[in-house]
Ligand binder design. Sequence first.
Ligand code: IVH
Length: 698
Amino acid sequence: MTQKPREIPLEDLLELDAAAELAVLAREIDKHDRLYYQKDAPVISDAEYDALRQRNAAIEARFPHLIRADSPSRRVGAAPAAGFAKVTHRVPMLSLGNAFSEEDITDFISGIRRFLKLKEDEPVEFVAEPKIDGLSISLRYEAGKFVQGATRGDGTTGEEVTENLRTIDGIPKSIKGKVPEVLEVRGEVYMSKKEFAALNARQEQAGDKVFANPRNAAAGSLRQKDSSVTASRPLHFFAYAWGEISDPPAGTHWDFLQGLEKWGFKVNPYAKICPGIDEILALYEEISRNRASLDYDIDGMVYKVNRIDWQNRLGFVSRAPRWAIAHKFPAEKAETIVKGIDIQVGRTGVLTPVARLEPVTVGGVVVANATLHNEDYIKELDVRIGDTVQIQRAGDVIPQVLAVVKDKRPRNTKAYQFPDRCPECGSIAVREEGEASWRCTGGLTCPAQAVERLKHFVSRNAFDIEGLGGKHIEAFWQEKILSSPADIFRLEEKNAEQIRAREGWGEKSADNLFAAIRQRRTVPLERFIYALGIRQVGQATGRLLAKQYGSLSAWRAAMKAAADADSEAYKELTAIDGIGPAMAEDLTAFFSETHNTEVLDDLQSLLTVEDFVQAAETSPVSGKTVVFTGALESLSRAEAKAKAESLGAKVAGSVSKKTDYVVIGADAGSKAKKARELGVAVLSEQDWLELIEGRAQG
Ligand code: IVH
């Protein structure tokens, strides 16, 4: 039905490769998010963007320990642009996971059934709705009056555009009838295709900016400083969800949609109840066939579990609900010529080939680069400089090279020879047995790696030093102002004059930078760990480690001790759910390198690294380590784990002296035995439920 981009099949993807690809994906997606959300000027099609996100999700699903702190899956969109007041969404505005095939939908549904532990004959009903390609907004009503409207922004903080939203016809200024005291209605603002064409014609005539597509036109029209400009633009609104709400919504999503209509909102007329997968797929086919004749852009279908009590139990996973999914329409493709193949060197020395392309428009966006992943990928497709290639772009993601159009190959092309030296430092590059990537062996001496590590150190999810971007790091490195992360915290003391005297820098920008750095002299442990850029240690792992060890010194001591694979420390490390032997090896390898411990000492002398603080919310199990074993009766393992974690417990995979509770289901095996041997409390499923429910009463 739908076609996926040609890429290294997931099963063949090695860890190194995966890490490198995730890094590239994070960077690309972030770039496209900014272009899309802040500039309203995407350079790739939605389908291409989705392909990037989907690939990212698939790799993360296979290598959960590689999930990066700055992974696109952990955030939605981009932070709001300067200029509008910011609104913190009381209930975050999340995004949706993507499905591209029938199989993805089957997996989605069976995942839900498993999570809810449904009996085989228990039906799960869905509501299917077109996925409107506009921009999502949240409308807040208090006592039936529209009081505030905001864009999604990064999902947590959006831009306040209340006055502009008031100019849109489909947005009631007050709602009548029985309405919750607080009601946030969420949905999509969009422009019709016809209106978009007419607007662009007017803009062109007037010599004003023309928009790439209706969605950008809608976004640009809504984010106007002057609401009379918004008023002059033809915008519409479809409602489809709620945010904060003081009374629980109806029992089903379908009834909620009916309620929205009664309150005066427009709900998409193609929304439909689907009793199962057959109806879902039939509707997908039908809408996809008729898509072009609709007067507004849609980029897929959204399926939502109809029962709201089930939605609540299913909850969320990072940025997306478990109870809903977006089924995207196929990606757009184009042909273009490979002008060259460049090699990028990453933080851990991985060499990633990138095809430089003759710029081509795919789905309304200009594409000039495409990842080639690694040597095998190039070999498999036999991509050569001069070749015409078919590329695919899905959503705002890195374009993929799908295939070489061999008929169009010019004479005298040569098979691409992957370099055996690092293009940046000239060190020998190696490709180890069983690995897909070539890696520069320059290690600490390779400037490209060092620079990438520094960039990582100051990046948004690490130290987040404002005003110290990639370009500055590169320049400071060149000028030898910066060579190790600790140097950043000595800049003001040692290099202030030099920096103030730099071209383009004045007193003010230098002082701002120093202030930003000073602000970051105190940093939470999890950020600190992530910032070190240890292989495989992303934001999620940083948090796991911080949670487990509590303080920097405890963590350092434990990592040193864990070098011995027979030690208790090693057992404790690998007992953390989400940390396996491969990651343990990278961690201990990092600590066995003297240079690294010196950098750590240096940083520790300059910074205050805050101990990990448990979530303020206390529950009978917060801070406790729990192991689930055997088959539970009333809930699935996944739901049990999600629930325990939401109550502040750590869920481990194996029993040790540090385990507080072992919850045993039917046929529990060796773990129950081990718990008894170690004297760890063993609970039945019932005991566990009573224990955690104690919280609800207290
Ligand atoms: S539901 C928690 N329904 O798609 C679930 N979203 O890729 C909230 N969108 O952020 C989203 N049509 O901007 C939902 N019928 C629909 C939608 C829809 C368009 C957008 C929305 C969302 C994005 C996710």
